[in-house]
Design a binder for this molecule. Structure first.
Ligand code: THU
Length: 133
């Protein structure tokens, strides 16, 4: 899939966002290493804490379907500024694909690409844990 197609999928997912509290709608599309693409949107909750970001929705959909390696994820919001993934989403990405890229898409369709390792330096991963006995 081209970068433009992946970004368009992320933008389209903005319409699916459930964001009655923040009114900040986000869409995402993650591309797996075999080319499969899974999409997601943010899903808020009156209790706030259970809110799920668009990136995690897309990644959890992919993982639940057997995909664990990702090349890149596109994240789209309706702002002029590029929306960077929150810390929790960066950590979830790190778990599966530390070398993936994050593509941020703004309301004009401009795209900024940043490697995950740059967004989460010194990330905690399975190698950080002591070996199991
Ligand atoms: N949000 C995302 O879905 N992705 C991001 O990268 C940043 C934040 C959502 C969470 C919440 O529903 C709303 O945006 C405001 O924080």
């Amino acid at each position: 899939m081209t970068t433009e197609e992946l970004c368009r999928k992320a933008v389209a997912m903005i319409e699916m966002a459930y964001a009655p509290y923040s009114h900040f709608r986000v869409g995402a599309a993650v591309e797996c290493d075999d080319g499969a693409v899974f999409t997601g949107c943010n899903i808020e909750n009156a209790a706030f804490t259970p809110t799920n970001c668009a990136e995690r929705t897309a990644i959890f959909k992919a993982v639940s379907e057997g995909h664990r390696r990702f090349r890149r994820i596109a994240v789209a919001a309706e702002t002029e500024d590029f929306t960077a993934p929150c810390g929790v989403c960066r950590q979830v990405m790190m778990e599966f694909s530390p070398d993936m890229d994050v593509l941020m898409v703004n309301c004009r369709g401009d795209v900024k690409t940043v490697p995950l390792r740059q967004l989460l330096p010194y990330g905690f991963d399975s190698a950080s844990l002591p070996a199991n006995p």
